[in-house]
Design a protein around this ligand. Structure first.
Ligand SMILES: *[C@@H]1O[C@H](CO)[C@@H](O)[C@H](O)[C@H]1NC(C)=O
Ligand SMILES: *[C@@H]1O[C@H](CO)[C@@H](O)[C@H](O)[C@H]1NC(C)=O
Ligand SMILES: *[C@@H]1O[C@H](CO)[C@@H](O)[C@H](O)[C@H]1NC(C)=O
Ligand SMILES: *[C@@H]1O[C@H](CO)[C@@H](O)[C@H](O)[C@H]1NC(C)=O
Ligand SMILES: *[C@@H]1O[C@H](CO)[C@@H](O)[C@H](O)[C@H]1NC(C)=O
Ligand SMILES: *[C@@H]1O[C@H](CO)[C@@H](O)[C@H](O)[C@H]1NC(C)=O
Ligand SMILES: *[C@@H]1O[C@H](CO)[C@@H](O)[C@H](O)[C@H]1NC(C)=O
Ligand SMILES: [Fe+2]
Length: 470
Protein backbone atom coordinates (compact mmCIF):
# COMPACT_ATOMS: atom_id res chain seq x y z
CA UNK A 1 0.00 0.00 0.00
CA UNK A 2 1.10 3.57 -0.46
CA UNK A 3 3.81 4.67 1.89
CA UNK A 4 5.43 8.03 2.28
CA UNK A 5 4.01 11.39 1.48
CA UNK A 6 3.62 12.56 -2.07
CA UNK A 7 3.94 16.16 -3.02
CA UNK A 8 5.22 18.01 -6.04
CA UNK A 9 7.36 20.98 -6.72
CA UNK A 10 5.42 21.63 -9.89
CA UNK A 11 4.86 25.17 -10.96
CA UNK A 12 2.15 24.30 -13.44
CA UNK A 13 -0.65 21.95 -12.60
CA UNK A 14 -1.73 21.29 -16.14
CA UNK A 15 0.97 20.32 -18.57
CA UNK A 16 0.16 21.54 -22.02
CA UNK A 17 1.22 19.03 -24.58
CA UNK A 18 1.58 19.85 -28.22
CA UNK A 19 -1.11 22.51 -28.15
CA UNK A 20 0.61 24.40 -30.87
CA UNK A 21 1.30 22.71 -34.15
CA UNK A 22 4.83 21.61 -34.85
CA UNK A 23 7.62 23.85 -33.65
CA UNK A 24 6.73 26.28 -30.96
CA UNK A 25 8.27 27.21 -27.70
CA UNK A 26 7.14 25.15 -24.73
CA UNK A 27 4.36 26.90 -22.90
CA UNK A 28 4.90 25.43 -19.55
CA UNK A 29 8.40 25.71 -18.27
CA UNK A 30 8.43 23.21 -15.45
CA UNK A 31 7.63 19.55 -15.38
CA UNK A 32 7.15 17.59 -12.23
CA UNK A 33 9.96 16.29 -10.08
CA UNK A 34 8.27 13.94 -7.68
CA UNK A 35 9.35 14.39 -4.11
CA UNK A 36 8.20 10.96 -3.08
CA UNK A 37 10.30 9.95 -0.10
CA UNK A 38 11.45 6.38 -0.34
CA UNK A 39 13.21 4.29 2.23
CA UNK A 40 16.66 4.10 0.74
CA UNK A 41 18.41 0.80 1.09
CA UNK A 42 21.27 -0.58 -0.94
CA UNK A 43 20.48 -2.91 -3.82
CA UNK A 44 22.23 -6.16 -3.09
CA UNK A 45 22.13 -9.28 -5.20
CA UNK A 46 20.06 -12.11 -3.78
CA UNK A 47 22.40 -14.83 -2.49
CA UNK A 48 23.18 -17.82 -4.65
CA UNK A 49 21.07 -20.14 -2.46
CA UNK A 50 17.93 -17.94 -2.74
CA UNK A 51 14.61 -19.53 -3.58
CA UNK A 52 14.51 -17.66 -6.91
CA UNK A 53 17.75 -19.28 -8.08
CA UNK A 54 16.82 -22.86 -7.22
CA UNK A 55 17.91 -25.47 -9.73
CA UNK A 56 14.96 -27.63 -10.76
CA UNK A 57 15.28 -31.15 -9.35
CA UNK A 58 16.34 -34.16 -11.40
CA UNK A 59 19.30 -35.14 -13.50
CA UNK A 60 19.90 -32.70 -16.36
CA UNK A 61 16.57 -30.96 -15.73
CA UNK A 62 15.94 -28.07 -18.17
CA UNK A 63 16.36 -24.69 -16.51
CA UNK A 64 16.28 -21.00 -17.46
CA UNK A 65 13.33 -21.57 -19.77
CA UNK A 66 12.42 -18.44 -21.71
CA UNK A 67 10.28 -17.57 -24.71
CA UNK A 68 10.09 -14.73 -27.18
CA UNK A 69 8.16 -14.04 -30.37
CA UNK A 70 9.61 -16.18 -33.14
CA UNK A 71 8.48 -14.46 -36.34
CA UNK A 72 7.30 -11.08 -37.58
CA UNK A 73 3.58 -11.45 -36.86
CA UNK A 74 3.21 -13.54 -33.69
CA UNK A 75 2.54 -17.03 -35.10
CA UNK A 76 5.83 -18.51 -33.93
CA UNK A 77 7.61 -18.71 -30.59
CA UNK A 78 11.28 -19.20 -29.83
CA UNK A 79 11.66 -21.47 -26.78
CA UNK A 80 15.10 -21.51 -25.13
CA UNK A 81 16.47 -23.40 -22.13
CA UNK A 82 19.64 -24.79 -20.63
CA UNK A 83 20.52 -28.36 -19.72
CA UNK A 84 23.43 -28.48 -17.28
CA UNK A 85 24.89 -31.99 -17.46
CA UNK A 86 24.62 -33.24 -21.02
CA UNK A 87 22.96 -31.99 -24.21
CA UNK A 88 19.81 -34.07 -23.84
CA UNK A 89 17.03 -33.31 -26.29
CA UNK A 90 16.42 -30.10 -28.26
CA UNK A 91 12.82 -31.07 -29.00
CA UNK A 92 9.81 -29.11 -27.78
CA UNK A 93 6.54 -31.00 -27.49
CA UNK A 94 3.56 -28.66 -27.70
CA UNK A 95 -0.19 -28.80 -28.02
CA UNK A 96 -3.11 -26.37 -27.97
CA UNK A 97 -5.25 -26.54 -24.86
CA UNK A 98 -7.89 -29.30 -25.17
CA UNK A 99 -6.12 -30.86 -28.14
CA UNK A 100 -5.63 -34.62 -28.10
CA UNK A 101 -2.80 -34.39 -30.58
CA UNK A 102 0.68 -33.32 -29.61
CA UNK A 103 3.23 -31.77 -31.94
CA UNK A 104 7.00 -31.70 -31.89
CA UNK A 105 9.38 -28.97 -33.02
CA UNK A 106 13.09 -29.57 -33.34
CA UNK A 107 15.69 -27.06 -32.22
CA UNK A 108 19.42 -27.25 -31.65
CA UNK A 109 21.88 -26.44 -28.91
CA UNK A 110 25.08 -24.48 -28.56
CA UNK A 111 27.65 -23.80 -25.86
CA UNK A 112 30.10 -20.98 -25.35
CA UNK A 113 33.16 -20.24 -23.25
CA UNK A 114 33.84 -16.97 -21.48
CA UNK A 115 37.27 -16.67 -19.88
CA UNK A 116 37.27 -19.78 -17.63
CA UNK A 117 33.47 -20.30 -17.67
CA UNK A 118 31.85 -22.93 -19.84
CA UNK A 119 28.13 -22.64 -20.42
CA UNK A 120 25.60 -25.41 -20.12
CA UNK A 121 23.88 -26.69 -23.24
CA UNK A 122 21.78 -23.79 -24.49
CA UNK A 123 18.84 -24.95 -26.56
CA UNK A 124 16.84 -22.83 -29.00
CA UNK A 125 13.75 -24.12 -30.76
CA UNK A 126 11.32 -22.15 -32.90
CA UNK A 127 7.76 -23.41 -32.82
CA UNK A 128 6.20 -22.38 -36.15
CA UNK A 129 2.63 -22.12 -37.44
CA UNK A 130 0.88 -21.38 -34.17
CA UNK A 131 -2.75 -20.32 -34.13
CA UNK A 132 -3.44 -16.81 -32.90
CA UNK A 133 -4.99 -16.15 -29.52
CA UNK A 134 -4.60 -19.72 -28.34
CA UNK A 135 -3.30 -21.25 -25.16
CA UNK A 136 -0.56 -23.79 -25.78
CA UNK A 137 1.18 -26.13 -23.41
CA UNK A 138 4.77 -27.05 -24.06
CA UNK A 139 7.26 -29.47 -22.63
CA UNK A 140 11.06 -29.56 -22.70
CA UNK A 141 13.53 -32.15 -21.44
CA UNK A 142 13.68 -35.87 -21.87
CA UNK A 143 14.33 -39.09 -20.03
CA UNK A 144 13.35 -38.84 -16.42
CA UNK A 145 12.88 -35.10 -16.27
CA UNK A 146 10.53 -33.11 -18.45
CA UNK A 147 9.14 -29.73 -17.50
CA UNK A 148 5.81 -28.36 -18.70
CA UNK A 149 4.87 -24.71 -19.23
CA UNK A 150 2.27 -22.80 -21.21
CA UNK A 151 1.80 -19.58 -23.14
CA UNK A 152 -0.98 -17.78 -24.96
CA UNK A 153 -0.31 -16.55 -28.46
CA UNK A 154 -1.16 -12.96 -29.39
CA UNK A 155 -4.42 -12.07 -31.10
CA UNK A 156 -4.23 -11.60 -34.89
CA UNK A 157 -2.50 -8.41 -35.97
CA UNK A 158 -5.11 -5.68 -36.47
CA UNK A 159 -5.85 -2.03 -35.79
CA UNK A 160 -8.23 -2.21 -32.84
CA UNK A 161 -6.87 -5.19 -30.95
CA UNK A 162 -6.48 -4.37 -27.24
CA UNK A 163 -3.22 -5.57 -25.79
CA UNK A 164 -1.18 -4.84 -22.67
CA UNK A 165 2.60 -4.68 -22.65
CA UNK A 166 4.70 -4.59 -19.52
CA UNK A 167 7.82 -2.43 -19.46
CA UNK A 168 10.88 -3.50 -17.52
CA UNK A 169 14.48 -2.37 -17.82
CA UNK A 170 17.84 -2.82 -16.12
CA UNK A 171 16.42 -5.55 -13.88
CA UNK A 172 19.46 -7.37 -12.50
CA UNK A 173 18.99 -9.85 -9.66
CA UNK A 174 18.76 -7.98 -6.37
CA UNK A 175 16.00 -8.05 -3.76
CA UNK A 176 14.70 -4.93 -5.54
CA UNK A 177 14.71 -6.77 -8.89
CA UNK A 178 12.55 -9.44 -7.29
CA UNK A 179 10.13 -6.78 -6.05
CA UNK A 180 9.87 -5.24 -9.51
CA UNK A 181 9.15 -8.60 -11.10
CA UNK A 182 6.61 -9.44 -8.39
CA UNK A 183 4.86 -6.09 -8.91
CA UNK A 184 4.70 -6.74 -12.63
CA UNK A 185 3.29 -10.23 -12.08
CA UNK A 186 0.73 -9.06 -9.52
CA UNK A 187 -0.41 -5.97 -11.41
CA UNK A 188 -4.17 -5.91 -11.95
CA UNK A 189 -3.42 -4.58 -15.44
CA UNK A 190 -2.19 -8.07 -16.39
CA UNK A 191 0.66 -7.56 -18.83
CA UNK A 192 0.74 -10.12 -21.62
CA UNK A 193 4.19 -9.47 -23.07
CA UNK A 194 7.19 -7.67 -21.62
CA UNK A 195 9.03 -5.06 -23.64
CA UNK A 196 12.46 -5.34 -22.06
CA UNK A 197 14.66 -2.29 -22.64
CA UNK A 198 18.04 -3.88 -21.99
CA UNK A 199 20.61 -4.70 -19.27
CA UNK A 200 19.66 -8.16 -18.06
CA UNK A 201 21.84 -9.98 -15.53
CA UNK A 202 24.62 -7.48 -14.65
CA UNK A 203 27.04 -10.44 -14.62
CA UNK A 204 29.70 -8.07 -15.89
CA UNK A 205 29.66 -6.15 -12.62
CA UNK A 206 31.29 -9.21 -11.05
CA UNK A 207 34.94 -10.31 -11.25
CA UNK A 208 35.70 -12.00 -14.56
CA UNK A 209 32.11 -11.19 -15.67
CA UNK A 210 31.09 -14.23 -13.63
CA UNK A 211 28.80 -15.87 -16.17
CA UNK A 212 27.19 -17.98 -13.45
CA UNK A 213 25.20 -14.76 -12.91
CA UNK A 214 23.71 -15.21 -16.38
CA UNK A 215 22.49 -18.64 -15.24
CA UNK A 216 21.01 -17.37 -11.99
CA UNK A 217 19.27 -14.54 -13.87
CA UNK A 218 17.81 -17.11 -16.25
CA UNK A 219 16.43 -19.12 -13.35
CA UNK A 220 15.14 -16.02 -11.55
CA UNK A 221 13.16 -14.68 -14.52
CA UNK A 222 11.85 -18.08 -15.68
CA UNK A 223 8.72 -17.74 -13.54
CA UNK A 224 7.52 -15.00 -15.93
CA UNK A 225 9.38 -15.43 -19.21
CA UNK A 226 8.61 -19.15 -19.55
CA UNK A 227 4.92 -18.18 -19.74
CA UNK A 228 4.89 -14.97 -21.75
CA UNK A 229 7.30 -13.56 -24.30
CA UNK A 230 9.80 -10.92 -23.33
CA UNK A 231 10.94 -8.80 -26.26
CA UNK A 232 14.68 -8.24 -25.87
CA UNK A 233 16.76 -5.11 -26.36
CA UNK A 234 20.56 -5.18 -25.97
CA UNK A 235 22.05 -2.91 -23.31
CA UNK A 236 25.63 -2.02 -22.40
CA UNK A 237 25.73 -4.82 -19.81
CA UNK A 238 25.20 -7.26 -22.65
CA UNK A 239 28.39 -6.24 -24.48
CA UNK A 240 30.82 -8.26 -22.29
CA UNK A 241 33.76 -6.95 -24.32
CA UNK A 242 36.83 -7.57 -22.17
CA UNK A 243 40.15 -7.84 -24.01
CA UNK A 244 41.97 -8.28 -20.68
CA UNK A 245 40.14 -11.58 -20.30
CA UNK A 246 40.70 -12.44 -23.94
CA UNK A 247 37.03 -11.75 -24.71
CA UNK A 248 36.83 -9.63 -27.83
CA UNK A 249 33.53 -10.73 -29.38
CA UNK A 250 30.90 -8.24 -28.20
CA UNK A 251 27.57 -9.64 -26.94
CA UNK A 252 28.82 -13.26 -26.76
CA UNK A 253 26.91 -14.46 -23.64
CA UNK A 254 23.79 -12.43 -24.50
CA UNK A 255 23.50 -13.51 -28.10
CA UNK A 256 24.24 -17.13 -27.21
CA UNK A 257 21.43 -17.18 -24.67
CA UNK A 258 18.76 -14.83 -26.00
CA UNK A 259 17.62 -15.31 -29.55
CA UNK A 260 15.28 -12.92 -31.36
CA UNK A 261 13.50 -13.15 -34.73
CA UNK A 262 15.69 -10.59 -36.47
CA UNK A 263 15.85 -12.31 -39.81
CA UNK A 264 12.09 -12.14 -40.30
CA UNK A 265 12.23 -8.35 -40.36
CA UNK A 266 15.08 -8.30 -42.85
CA UNK A 267 17.66 -7.44 -40.21
CA UNK A 268 21.13 -8.90 -40.49
CA UNK A 269 21.98 -8.89 -36.78
CA UNK A 270 20.04 -9.76 -33.60
CA UNK A 271 20.53 -6.30 -32.07
CA UNK A 272 18.03 -4.41 -34.22
CA UNK A 273 14.78 -5.88 -35.54
CA UNK A 274 11.02 -5.44 -35.52
CA UNK A 275 7.87 -7.39 -34.75
CA UNK A 276 4.16 -6.85 -35.05
CA UNK A 277 2.12 -7.88 -32.06
CA UNK A 278 -1.65 -7.28 -31.87
CA UNK A 279 -2.08 -3.58 -32.79
CA UNK A 280 1.54 -2.61 -32.18
CA UNK A 281 4.54 -2.38 -34.42
CA UNK A 282 7.64 -2.65 -32.27
CA UNK A 283 11.06 -1.55 -33.49
CA UNK A 284 14.06 -2.55 -31.39
CA UNK A 285 17.27 -0.57 -31.86
CA UNK A 286 20.80 -1.06 -30.57
CA UNK A 287 22.60 1.79 -28.83
CA UNK A 288 25.79 -0.29 -28.99
CA UNK A 289 25.90 -1.22 -32.66
CA UNK A 290 26.91 1.20 -35.37
CA UNK A 291 24.10 3.53 -36.47
CA UNK A 292 25.93 6.15 -38.50
CA UNK A 293 24.97 6.75 -42.10
CA UNK A 294 25.60 3.74 -44.41
CA UNK A 295 25.86 1.29 -41.50
CA UNK A 296 23.69 -1.85 -41.47
CA UNK A 297 21.45 -0.60 -38.66
CA UNK A 298 20.95 2.82 -40.31
CA UNK A 299 20.16 1.26 -43.67
CA UNK A 300 17.77 -1.23 -42.10
CA UNK A 301 15.86 1.45 -40.15
CA UNK A 302 15.67 3.70 -43.20
CA UNK A 303 13.97 0.89 -45.12
CA UNK A 304 11.95 -0.30 -42.14
CA UNK A 305 10.03 2.84 -41.17
CA UNK A 306 8.18 3.22 -44.51
CA UNK A 307 6.98 -0.40 -44.15
CA UNK A 308 4.92 0.33 -41.06
CA UNK A 309 1.24 0.36 -42.07
CA UNK A 310 -0.63 2.33 -39.42
CA UNK A 311 -3.98 1.10 -40.73
CA UNK A 312 -2.83 -2.38 -39.71
CA UNK A 313 -0.73 -1.56 -36.62
CA UNK A 314 -1.66 1.93 -35.37
CA UNK A 315 0.82 1.92 -32.49
CA UNK A 316 4.45 2.48 -33.41
CA UNK A 317 6.71 1.76 -30.43
CA UNK A 318 10.51 1.97 -30.35
CA UNK A 319 12.74 0.26 -27.78
CA UNK A 320 16.34 1.35 -27.29
CA UNK A 321 18.62 1.09 -24.29
CA UNK A 322 20.22 4.53 -23.99
CA UNK A 323 17.62 7.34 -23.68
CA UNK A 324 17.67 10.30 -26.06
CA UNK A 325 16.04 12.62 -23.54
CA UNK A 326 17.28 12.17 -19.99
CA UNK A 327 17.57 14.88 -17.35
CA UNK A 328 19.41 12.84 -14.72
CA UNK A 329 23.12 13.37 -14.06
CA UNK A 330 23.72 9.77 -15.06
CA UNK A 331 24.51 8.83 -18.64
CA UNK A 332 23.70 12.43 -19.50
CA UNK A 333 23.64 12.89 -23.30
CA UNK A 334 24.92 9.37 -23.99
CA UNK A 335 21.98 8.89 -26.34
CA UNK A 336 22.71 12.13 -28.17
CA UNK A 337 24.53 10.81 -31.22
CA UNK A 338 21.77 8.33 -32.02
CA UNK A 339 19.15 11.04 -31.49
CA UNK A 340 20.94 13.22 -34.01
CA UNK A 341 20.88 10.40 -36.56
CA UNK A 342 17.28 9.23 -36.15
CA UNK A 343 15.08 11.82 -34.43
CA UNK A 344 13.78 13.45 -37.61
CA UNK A 345 12.66 10.04 -38.91
CA UNK A 346 10.71 9.39 -35.71
CA UNK A 347 8.86 12.68 -36.21
CA UNK A 348 8.30 12.06 -39.92
CA UNK A 349 6.86 8.60 -39.20
CA UNK A 350 4.92 9.69 -36.12
CA UNK A 351 6.40 7.26 -33.62
CA UNK A 352 4.04 7.12 -30.64
CA UNK A 353 6.47 6.36 -27.87
CA UNK A 354 10.14 5.52 -27.31
CA UNK A 355 10.98 3.41 -24.27
CA UNK A 356 14.56 3.36 -22.98
CA UNK A 357 16.42 2.08 -19.94
CA UNK A 358 20.03 2.63 -18.85
CA UNK A 359 19.29 5.40 -16.33
CA UNK A 360 18.14 3.72 -13.11
CA UNK A 361 15.09 5.86 -12.53
CA UNK A 362 11.82 6.87 -14.18
CA UNK A 363 11.21 9.82 -16.49
CA UNK A 364 8.55 10.82 -19.01
CA UNK A 365 8.99 13.61 -21.55
CA UNK A 366 6.52 15.90 -23.20
CA UNK A 367 6.05 15.59 -26.95
CA UNK A 368 9.11 17.48 -28.07
CA UNK A 369 11.70 17.56 -30.81
CA UNK A 370 15.17 19.02 -31.11
CA UNK A 371 16.18 18.51 -34.69
CA UNK A 372 16.38 22.01 -36.12
CA UNK A 373 20.07 22.54 -35.36
CA UNK A 374 22.42 22.64 -38.34
CA UNK A 375 25.80 23.65 -36.83
CA UNK A 376 25.41 27.36 -37.50
CA UNK A 377 21.82 28.31 -36.74
CA UNK A 378 21.87 27.94 -32.96
CA UNK A 379 18.46 26.21 -32.89
CA UNK A 380 19.30 23.65 -30.24
CA UNK A 381 16.50 23.85 -27.69
CA UNK A 382 13.79 21.19 -27.50
CA UNK A 383 10.43 22.54 -28.69
CA UNK A 384 6.85 21.25 -28.53
CA UNK A 385 6.04 19.05 -31.46
CA UNK A 386 2.76 17.21 -31.71
CA UNK A 387 4.25 14.73 -34.17
CA UNK A 388 7.05 13.70 -31.83
CA UNK A 389 7.06 10.62 -29.67
CA UNK A 390 6.85 10.68 -25.90
CA UNK A 391 10.17 9.49 -24.45
CA UNK A 392 9.96 7.28 -21.39
CA UNK A 393 12.95 6.11 -19.37
CA UNK A 394 12.11 2.95 -17.47
CA UNK A 395 15.56 1.72 -16.37
CA UNK A 396 14.28 1.37 -12.82
CA UNK A 397 14.18 -2.43 -12.54
CA UNK A 398 16.36 -2.50 -9.41
CA UNK A 399 19.80 -3.82 -10.32
CA UNK A 400 22.91 -3.90 -8.13
CA UNK A 401 24.14 -0.48 -9.23
CA UNK A 402 21.37 1.28 -7.31
CA UNK A 403 19.15 4.24 -8.12
CA UNK A 404 20.05 7.28 -10.18
CA UNK A 405 19.12 10.05 -7.76
CA UNK A 406 21.11 13.03 -8.99
CA UNK A 407 19.02 15.14 -11.37
CA UNK A 408 19.91 18.15 -13.48
CA UNK A 409 18.43 21.32 -12.00
CA UNK A 410 16.23 23.02 -12.81
CA UNK A 411 14.16 20.29 -14.42
CA UNK A 412 14.31 20.97 -18.17
CA UNK A 413 11.07 22.12 -19.73
CA UNK A 414 10.86 19.03 -21.95
CA UNK A 415 10.69 16.73 -18.94
CA UNK A 416 7.10 16.09 -17.84
CA UNK A 417 7.67 13.84 -14.82
CA UNK A 418 10.67 12.28 -13.16
CA UNK A 419 11.19 10.22 -10.06
CA UNK A 420 14.05 8.20 -8.69
CA UNK A 421 12.33 5.00 -7.55
CA UNK A 422 12.38 1.39 -8.66
CA UNK A 423 9.33 0.16 -10.54
CA UNK A 424 7.86 -0.92 -13.88
CA UNK A 425 5.48 0.40 -16.52
CA UNK A 426 2.42 -0.83 -18.42
CA UNK A 427 1.27 0.23 -21.88
CA UNK A 428 -2.34 -0.86 -22.40
CA UNK A 429 -3.60 -0.38 -25.93
CA UNK A 430 -7.39 0.00 -26.00
CA UNK A 431 -8.04 0.67 -29.68
CA UNK A 432 -6.50 2.60 -32.56
CA UNK A 433 -6.85 5.97 -30.85
CA UNK A 434 -6.23 5.33 -27.15
CA UNK A 435 -3.61 3.62 -25.03
CA UNK A 436 -3.12 3.96 -21.29
CA UNK A 437 0.38 4.16 -19.86
CA UNK A 438 1.04 3.87 -16.16
CA UNK A 439 4.05 3.58 -13.90
CA UNK A 440 4.08 1.66 -10.63
CA UNK A 441 6.72 2.19 -7.98
CA UNK A 442 7.77 -0.77 -5.84
CA UNK A 443 6.99 0.94 -2.53
CA UNK A 444 3.31 1.19 -3.48
CA UNK A 445 0.58 -1.40 -3.74
CA UNK A 446 0.28 -3.37 -6.96
CA UNK A 447 -2.64 -1.28 -8.21
CA UNK A 448 -1.20 2.15 -7.39
CA UNK A 449 -0.18 4.32 -10.34
CA UNK A 450 2.43 6.94 -9.48
CA UNK A 451 2.33 8.44 -12.97
CA UNK A 452 0.05 7.83 -15.92
CA UNK A 453 -0.96 9.19 -19.28
CA UNK A 454 -3.70 8.48 -21.79
CA UNK A 455 -1.82 8.30 -25.08
CA UNK A 456 -3.53 9.60 -28.18
CA UNK A 457 -2.32 7.77 -31.25
CA UNK A 458 -0.09 9.97 -33.43
CA UNK A 459 -1.54 8.65 -36.69
CA UNK A 460 -5.24 8.30 -35.89
CA UNK A 461 -5.78 10.91 -33.22
CA UNK A 462 -2.85 13.35 -32.97
CA UNK A 463 -4.52 15.65 -30.48
CA UNK A 464 -3.53 17.11 -27.14
CA UNK A 465 -3.06 14.71 -24.27
CA UNK A 466 -3.77 15.63 -20.68
CA UNK A 467 -1.31 14.57 -18.07
CA UNK A 468 -2.78 12.86 -15.08
CA UNK A 469 -0.20 12.74 -12.34
CA UNK A 470 -1.36 11.94 -8.87
C1 LIG B 1 37.94 -18.51 -12.87
O1 LIG B 1 39.06 -17.76 -12.50
C2 LIG B 1 38.91 -17.01 -11.29
C3 LIG B 1 40.17 -16.19 -11.07
O2 LIG B 1 41.31 -16.96 -11.23
C4 LIG B 1 38.61 -17.95 -10.14
O3 LIG B 1 38.39 -17.19 -8.95
C5 LIG B 1 37.37 -18.77 -10.46
O4 LIG B 1 37.15 -19.71 -9.43
C6 LIG B 1 37.57 -19.49 -11.78
N1 LIG B 1 36.32 -20.14 -12.14
C7 LIG B 1 36.29 -21.33 -12.69
C8 LIG B 1 34.94 -21.84 -13.06
O5 LIG B 1 37.30 -21.98 -12.89
C1 LIG C 1 16.50 -42.27 -15.66
O1 LIG C 1 17.23 -42.28 -14.46
C2 LIG C 1 17.84 -43.52 -14.16
C3 LIG C 1 18.44 -43.44 -12.76
O2 LIG C 1 19.22 -42.26 -12.62
C4 LIG C 1 18.85 -43.87 -15.22
O3 LIG C 1 19.44 -45.13 -14.97
C5 LIG C 1 18.15 -43.89 -16.58
O4 LIG C 1 19.10 -44.09 -17.62
C6 LIG C 1 17.42 -42.59 -16.83
N1 LIG C 1 16.63 -42.70 -18.05
C7 LIG C 1 16.78 -41.88 -19.06
C8 LIG C 1 15.94 -42.12 -20.25
O5 LIG C 1 17.57 -40.92 -19.04
C1 LIG D 1 11.10 -13.19 -4.53
O1 LIG D 1 9.74 -12.90 -4.72
C2 LIG D 1 8.91 -14.04 -4.63
C3 LIG D 1 7.50 -13.62 -5.02
O2 LIG D 1 7.11 -12.50 -4.32
C4 LIG D 1 8.99 -14.62 -3.24
O3 LIG D 1 8.21 -15.80 -3.17
C5 LIG D 1 10.43 -14.99 -2.96
O4 LIG D 1 10.55 -15.47 -1.63
C6 LIG D 1 11.33 -13.79 -3.13
N1 LIG D 1 12.71 -14.18 -2.98
C7 LIG D 1 13.65 -13.38 -2.45
C8 LIG D 1 15.02 -13.95 -2.31
O5 LIG D 1 13.43 -12.23 -2.15
C1 LIG E 1 15.84 -14.82 -43.72
O1 LIG E 1 14.76 -14.08 -44.27
C2 LIG E 1 14.68 -14.11 -45.68
C3 LIG E 1 13.51 -13.23 -46.07
O2 LIG E 1 13.46 -12.06 -45.33
C4 LIG E 1 14.50 -15.53 -46.16
O3 LIG E 1 14.53 -15.55 -47.57
C5 LIG E 1 15.62 -16.42 -45.63
O4 LIG E 1 15.38 -17.75 -45.94
C6 LIG E 1 15.72 -16.28 -44.11
N1 LIG E 1 16.87 -17.03 -43.62
C7 LIG E 1 16.79 -17.82 -42.56
C8 LIG E 1 18.06 -18.48 -42.16
O5 LIG E 1 15.75 -18.03 -41.96
C1 LIG F 1 21.12 26.49 -41.33
O1 LIG F 1 19.93 27.08 -40.85
C2 LIG F 1 19.80 28.46 -41.19
C3 LIG F 1 18.58 29.03 -40.49
O2 LIG F 1 17.51 28.13 -40.54
C4 LIG F 1 19.71 28.57 -42.71
O3 LIG F 1 19.59 29.93 -43.10
C5 LIG F 1 20.96 27.97 -43.33
O4 LIG F 1 20.84 27.97 -44.74
C6 LIG F 1 21.17 26.54 -42.84
N1 LIG F 1 22.44 26.07 -43.32
C7 LIG F 1 22.55 24.98 -44.05
C8 LIG F 1 23.96 24.62 -44.49
O5 LIG F 1 21.59 24.29 -44.38
C1 LIG G 1 25.34 15.56 -9.09
O1 LIG G 1 25.95 15.58 -10.37
C2 LIG G 1 26.67 16.77 -10.64
C3 LIG G 1 27.09 16.74 -12.08
O2 LIG G 1 27.78 15.57 -12.37
C4 LIG G 1 27.83 16.90 -9.67
O3 LIG G 1 28.53 18.09 -9.89
C5 LIG G 1 27.29 16.87 -8.24
O4 LIG G 1 28.34 16.87 -7.32
C6 LIG G 1 26.40 15.68 -8.01
N1 LIG G 1 25.76 15.78 -6.71
C7 LIG G 1 25.78 14.78 -5.84
C8 LIG G 1 25.04 15.05 -4.56
O5 LIG G 1 26.32 13.71 -6.05
C1 LIG H 1 -11.15 3.89 -27.72
O1 LIG H 1 -10.83 3.73 -26.34
C2 LIG H 1 -11.09 4.89 -25.58
C3 LIG H 1 -10.58 4.60 -24.18
O2 LIG H 1 -11.10 3.43 -23.66
C4 LIG H 1 -12.57 5.21 -25.60
O3 LIG H 1 -12.82 6.37 -24.85
C5 LIG H 1 -12.99 5.41 -27.04
O4 LIG H 1 -14.39 5.60 -27.10
C6 LIG H 1 -12.61 4.20 -27.88
N1 LIG H 1 -12.92 4.45 -29.27
C7 LIG H 1 -13.71 3.68 -29.95
C8 LIG H 1 -13.93 4.05 -31.38
O5 LIG H 1 -14.25 2.70 -29.46
FE1 LIG I 1 22.71 0.40 -19.18
Amino acid sequence: MGTGRISFSATCAVVLLGLIMNSSALHCNRGITSSFIRVSSPSVDMPFDSDVFQVPPGYNAPQQVHITQGDHVGQAMIVSWVTPDEPGSSLVTYWPKKSKEKYVAEGYYLTYNYYNYTSGFIHHCTIPNLKYNTKYYYEVGDGNVTRKFWFRTAPPVGPDVPYTFGLIGDLGQTYDSNKTLTHYEQSPLKGKTVLYVGDLSYADDWPFHDNVKWDTWGRFTERSVAYQPWIWTAGNHEIDFEPLLGETVPFKPYSSRYHVPYNSSGSTAPFWYSIKRASAYIIVLSSYSAYGKYTPQYTWLEQELPKVDRTETPWLIVLVHSPWYNSYNYHYMEGETMRVMFESWFIQYNVDVVFAGHVHAYERSKRISNNAYNITNGLCTPVSNKFSPVYITIGDGGNIEGLATNMTEPQPSYSAFRESSFGHGMFSIKNRTHAYFSWNRNQDGYAVEADSLWFHNRYWYPTTETTISI
